[in-house]
Structures are given as structure tokens and as C-alpha cells.
Ligand binder design. Structure first.
Ligand code: GLU
Length: 438
């Protein structure tokens, strides 16, 4: 069975960038009838909080993503210790004592000599006595994984064949001085233990994948398939990373965006499909394929999201919104949904229809409006009333086009723009119309 995971670190809220990871994995799982694991990568116990974990679950729920299973790395330390001990015993995880400063100086020397800044494995040459002396000085080891220094190859489900020569990489640190584990390591153990079939994540992890493939082999695990999608750029073509803090799902929600607008945008950005609003997941699942994801970076433009949000609202049936619009009738919703950008905009029109407005009647239009008032048809009113009424006004005053409609709109709504008056007029009703035209 297809099994994928979304693996955020609960050290902050999720944003439009990692939301894409969640949505693409979710769509992939649904499309293949598989399952989706929400895995909290919370090995950094200082920065990870339960509150962030809760907020991630809430944000996913708002986006309509319901994990089939939830896992916490912080509950699996015994297992990580066990695997680390096995690698240490085989010399594949070796202790290093360099400080960050020492490593930095070494890197600078290598660069000055035109060499790649790859860790030189000096620690592998330490004798037992030297190690003991370093530890007596109070140094604690961090542990590096001994890469095979070979070509790692895989066929990426998005990028096609990828080759990475791990002799160009430093042996990665998998265990910090304080004994805590790095994600590179714990992620592999989880992916193997849970039998993850597909790892779908951003292209910033491509090099990690080469390392993780080696670790997976070292622990005798089965390799998943990998798919690395391209990262988002801002509308200006620059990286989004600095702005992601202000593009959290919480902020988008509070700014009044609809979940399916965010989902449609995140799911279709950077694919060969047009970005269009989808009312629910079914359509997205149906059309989903990793092969539609482009290798070129996708651009995230908030203005485009805003347009998509408006387009989605224009399509939403009353049932999808009525609970969030107290007092708004179906007829009102159908009349105004084409003229709002955010759902909350409905309430302003609800007030214009039902409450007092400040009619705008220019002095030059006073006689015209008085004539229009006299000609208001008797109730009952329906969708044809507007036409009947304006025909009569046209006969009487000789006005047509904008000079006919605009003063009526200004008097009836107080605004120079808005939904079709043919739809609004019967909702405003004769009593209020008479007041506004008076
Ligand atoms: N915790 C990792 C991250 O957020 C997960 C990456 C992965 O999917 O393996 O970058």
C-alpha cells in the first residue's frame, strides 16, 4: 500500500511553502488509495512545542487534510539509540571532536587552496589515547556518518535520473554533542520502520536524499521512491524563504482566504495544469500526477491567490457558506457572490440590502430620482421588476444607459459599483427603495 508522510518540525506554524508538501503528499495518497502519515519531526526538544504541533494539526484540518496516522519522533529515541549503536559498532558512525571554530578555520584553509570544503575525516585517525585526552579536556564527540564516497543514483519521480557523488560531500553529522539526533538520521529510520513507499518533498532535500539513500542501505532498509518538487519563488522571482513567516496558513486564514483557494493554488502551482479554483479535493485528486509537476521554480503571487479566492467564491453554492453567513438568505448570496473578494464581503452587501444606507443623489439627478420613485412598480417584485421599472423610467425621462442606471444605483445602494441591480432590487424591496429614493 502507498504510504507517504508529511514531516514538519513543530518549531513554528506551517506556511504556504511546507503546505505544498502536505497537499502534494495528501493528493498522492488519495490518488493511489494509500495512507498519509503526519510525522512530527520534533527531535529538537528545545525548539519544538506541543502548541506548534497542535497548530499544525489545526491548520491541516482547516485545509481539509485528515492524516490517517500521527507519529512523533520524540517518542522513538530508544529506537534511534539502537540503530545508532549498531552503526557505531560497525564504524559507520564515528566520533569527532572538532569545535565549530576549528571546522570553520579548516574550511577556509581548504577554500584558500582551491579545495572543496569537504570534511577531511581527521577524526578517523585519532587513536584511543588521543580521544581519551580530548574527552579529558571536557570535549564531547559529535558523530558523523561515513559516506561510501560513491555515486548515488535514483530515478526521481519528478526530476528523472539524479546522480550525486557522495565524495563531494562532508560526512554528515547525525548525532550532536549533546546526544540529540539530526533529522537526516531519524527520518531514514522512520521511513524504513514505517515502510514509507514515497518521499515527496522539496528540491532543497535532493542532496539529503543521496546521503539518506546511503544511510538506508547501511541499516538494511528498503528504499522508497523519491520525488523532489521545485521550490516556490515570490512574484518578484526571488526566494520566498524570508517571507514565509508572513505567509503562514494561520495568517492566510485570518486574512479571509478560503481553504480550497489556498489548496487549489498550492496544488496547481508549478504544474502543467491551469491554476483554477476547485470546490473540493475530488477534482484535484482526479487530475493529480507527479509527472505534471515542473522542474522549473513556481511563483507564488498573493495577488493571484486573491483572484483565485474571488473566483472560488463566485462558484460556491449557498450550502457551502450559509453557516458562516448568519442571516444571509440564499437569494442574497446568489446576488452578491460574484462581487466579493472575501466571504466577509457578503455581510456588507447584506447590510446594504437590509439596513439603512446613505443614498447618494446629486442635485442634477433630483428630478430624475423623483420621477423614478413615482414609477416604482407595485409589489410583488421579482427578477423582472428592474427591467419593467427602468423601461418605464426611460419612457418618462428619456434617459438611457449609464445616466439612467448610475443615479439609481447610487440612490439605492450608496455605491457606484456592486451586484446586478436586477438581483438586488427585489431583495431591497419596495419599502426600503421608496425611502432611499426619497
Ligand atoms: N522535517 C523535514 C523538513 O521539514 C522533513 C523533510 C522530509 O520530508 O524529509 O524539512
Amino acid at each position: 500500500m502507498t504510504l507517504v508522510r508529511f514531516a514538519p518540525s513543530p518549531t513554528g506554524r506551517i506556511h504556504i511553502g511546507n503546505t505544498r508538501a502536505a497537499i502534494l503528499n495528501w493528493l498522492f495518497a488519495r490518488k493511489s488509495g494509500g495512507q498519509f502519515i503526519l510525522r512530527y519531526d520534533d527531535t529538537d526538544t528545545v525548539r519544538s512545542t506541543e502548541e506548534y504541533a497542535r497548530s499544525i494539526a489545526e491548520d491541516l484540518a482547516w485545509l481539509g487534510i485528515k492524516p490517517d496516522r500521527v507519529e512523533w519522533q520524540s517518542k522513538r529515541f530508544t529506537r534511534y539509540d539502537e540503530v545508532a549503536a549498531g552503526l557505531k559498532a560497525r564504524g559507520l558512525l564515528y566520533p569527532c571532536y572538532e569545535t565549530a571554530d576549528e571546522l570553520d578555520r579548516r574550511r577556509k584553509r581548504q577554500q584558500a587552496r582551491g579545495l572543496p570544503p569537504v570534511y577531511d575525516r581527521a577524526a578517523l585517525n585519532l587513536t584511543a589515547d588521543e580521544k581519551a585526552a580530548l574527552e579529558a579536556e571536557g570535549r564531547k564527540p559529535h558523530w558523523r556518518f561515513k559516506l561510501a564516497r560513491a555515486m548515488v543514483e535514483w530515478t526521481d519521480e519528478i526530476r528523472g535520473p539524479v546522480h550525486i557523488d557522495t565524495s563531494t560531500l562532508s560526512d554528515p553529522v547525525l548525532v550532536r554533542e549533546d546526544g540529540s539526533y539530526l533529522y537526516t538520521f531519524t527520518s531514514v529510520i522512520d521511513d524504513v520502520d514505517f515502510a514509507i513507499t514515497h518521499v515527496i518533498r522539496g528540491e532543497d532535500h535532493v542532496v539529503n536524499t543521496a546521503v539518506q539513500i546511503e544511510i538506508t542501505r547501511a541499516i538494511g532498509g528498503a528504499l522508497p521512491a523519491y520525488a523532489h518538487y521545485s521550490l516556490l519563488l515570490g512574484a518578484d522571482g526571488k526566494g520566498l524563504s524570508k517571507r514565509l513567516g508572513s505567509l503562514s496558513i494561520q495568517q492566510l486564514r485570518e486574512a479571509g482566504f478560503e481553504p480550497m483557494a489556498v489548496v487549489s493554488h498550492a496544488a496547481l502551482l508549478g504544474t502543467s495544469d491551469n491554476i483554477h479554483p476547485c470546490i473540493g479535493y475530488d477534482e484535484l485528486v482526479e487530475g493529480f500526477s507527479l509527472s505534471k509537476l515542473s522542474r522549473a521554480p513556481a511563483r507564488f503571487d498573493e495577488a493571484e491567490l486573491a483572484q483565485l479566492n474571488a473566483k472560488l467564491l463566485h462558484m460556491l453554492p449557498y450550502d457551502a457558506v450559509k453557516e458562516r453567513l448568519p442571516g444571509v438568505t440564499e437569494a442574497e448570496w446568489l446576488a452578491v457572490r460574484g462581487n466579493i473578494e472575501k466571504l466577509s464581503g457578503t455581510m456588507a452587501w447584506h447590510a446594504i440590502i437590509n439596513q439603512q444606507v446613505d443614498p447618494v443623489i446629486g442635485a442634477e439627478d433630483a428630478d430624475f430620482i423623483a420621477a423614478a420613485r413615482r414609477l416604482l412598480p407595485a409589489e410583488p417584485w421579482d427578477a423582472s421588476t428592474w427591467k419593467l421599472w427602468t423601461e418605464a423610467i426611460k419612457q418618462d425621462t428619456g434617459r438611457k444607459g449609464k445616466p439612467l442606471f448610475m443615479p439609481l444605483r447610487l440612490a439605492l445602494t450608496g455605491l457606484d459599483h456592486g451586484p446586478e441591480l436586477a438581483a438586488l432590487l427585489p431583495l431591497i424591496g419596495r419599502t426600503r427603495a421608496l425611502q432611499r429614493l426619497g
